[in-house]
Design a protein around this ligand. Structure first.
Ligand SMILES: C[S@@+](CC[C@H](N)C(=O)[O-])C[C@H]1O[C@@H](n2cnc3c(N)ncnc32)[C@H](O)[C@@H]1O
Length: 224
């Protein structure tokens, strides 16, 4: 419950995605914390009929883009504030797009479905324990399916479970949620131990400018 409150607070501080990106598109996929930067949806091989699940979808911009490419698409988020915003912006526009308010682990445990692509952009694969997430996602991936996720690279020396602070008002303590920071090499081992293959990891550099923190991007496959 406290995570839900924390993420609702976070949701209220986050702006809506812009109406169009720099290329003039009204939907697009963004793996990094910077606009108009990094790879796009091609990492997930989207195509009509190939199903996609976004864990920690936030306000839904990425999963809405996959839906426009014909992928039957589901976005799950623990925060009602995020899901309300996602439905208000993208709901109804595409019959193949659904948003669900749920804790991702509970959702994965309670479904029999499998997806061709499961992903998380600064989402559930960062903010929940991978010892739990990785096996759950593996079970819910279709044979040959892809897992992909991104998050900020770890601060050197700070690995495993970390406290992550979500500011509230001036006179209130911040909310605290947990996240799991790993190096590319550690993710490779964790994923391989959990039964994934074809693991790739890269740190995408920040765009030119003052910001220097890149984005750690991980992909893996379930055996066909
Ligand atoms: C940093 S935001 C990223 C949102 C979105 N992926 C984006 O790129 O804008 C993290 C999201 O993960 C969601 N989240 C965190 N823990 C979750 C959980 N256990 N189950 C489902 N969603 C969760 C939060 O509510 C929040 O919307």
């Amino acid at each position: 419950m406290s995570d839900t409150l924390a993420w609702n607070t976070y949701a209220r501080t986050r702006p809506e995605r812009r109406a169009t990106n720099a290329a003039g598109q009204s939907t697009w996929f963004n793996w990094t914390q910077y606009p108009d930067h990094g790879p796009g949806a091609e990492l997930l091989n989207p195509s009509p009929g190939r199903t996609a699940l976004d864990l920690g979808c936030g306000k839904g911009g990425n999963i809405a883009h996959l839906a426009t490419l014909g992928a039957p698409s589901t976005g799950v988020d623990i925060s009602p504030t995020q899901i309300d915003a996602a439905r208000a912006r993208w709901g109804g526009a595409n019959p193949g797009l659904a948003f669900l308010r749920a804790d991702a682990h509970a959702f994965l445990r309670n479904t029999e479905k499998q997806w061709d692509a499961i992903y998380s952009v600064y989402g559930v694969l960062w903010f929940t324990d991978p010892a739990v997430s990785l096996p759950l996602v593996h079970e819910r991936l279709a044979p040959g399916g892809t897992l992909a996720f991104s998050h900020r690279p770890p601060t050197p020396g700070c690995y495993g479970c970390q406290a992550s602070y979500i500011p509230r008002g001036e006179d209130e303590d911040p909310h605290v949620v947990r996240r799991w920071d790993y190096t590319p090499e550690a993710w490779r081992d964790l994923l391989t131990d959990a039964g994934y293959s074809a693991v790739t990891t890269e740190v995408i550099p920040a765009p030119p400018g003052r910001r220097k923190v890149g984005t750690l991007l991980v992909t893996a496959r379930k055996a066909a």
